[in-house]
Design a protein around this ligand. Sequence first.
Ligand code: SAH
Length: 262
Amino acid sequence: MLALLQNIRVVLVNTSHPGNIGGAARAMKNMGLSQLVLVDPMDFPSGDAVARASGATDILDAAQVVGTLEEALVGCSLVFGTSARERRIPWPLLDPRECAAAVCEQVLQGSEVALVFGREYAGLTNEELQRCQFHVHIPTDPDFSSLNLAAAVQVLAYEVRMAWLVAQNKPTKIAKLEATAIQSSQPVTADELESFYAHLEQALIEIDFLDPAKPRHLMSRLRRLYGRSAISKLEMNILRGILTETVKAARGEHQGRGKTDV
Ligand code: SAH
């Protein structure tokens, strides 16, 4: 999964300050991105870039330097051009979050995408922007809309990482349980049943349903009930999952989390 982030290219066009290249490399590395492409940089390699990269020098060392935006985009199926101004030319416009969702969707399918950033003083030309299928604008105060180049890279890289983390957790708890247990709908073994009973007993004590000082016959009645059911491994995993979540809820460890998406 992590490897898929390497399908995201950060393209910096005609950057004038090498420090910004270093800052962008650092922002990328923080968020797990690694592919940096520099289109005709004014001053690179540079000590200022290394200094601002602050340890992300591997990204700088591996950076690809090319002469034109066209070369930088070879192999990319989707290109996002960033712009400090909201409507330079009428074009499909996304905010960084929408962009990140689209980026993740693409890379999860194995495609390569590019995030293109412009010059410090002039941004991207109209011609360059028209090479991008989507434009991305970070919703800033319109009276002061231009971020530092490396800061803009940081915002997009962060959103990509958040979208990627969400995508990673997509297989819901129940789906994960099924993935591991559905192949094995065999009945549980006696030892698995024993550890389930121990878990059940501990959970019932924890939620104050069972008083260990006065257990009566609760556990043996429950053993009889579950013993009749010919529980499969999958069903056992579900029951164990319910117990774990019940105990967590009783301990107040669920902080407003939504229900499992069954
Ligand atoms: N004077 C330029 C600003 C360029 S800032 C202009 O008006 O276009 C350098 C680069 O940082 C931009 O080309 C863009 O890639 C990125 N950037 C800065 N602010 C941004 C914003 N609010 N939204 C999206 N990208 C931004």
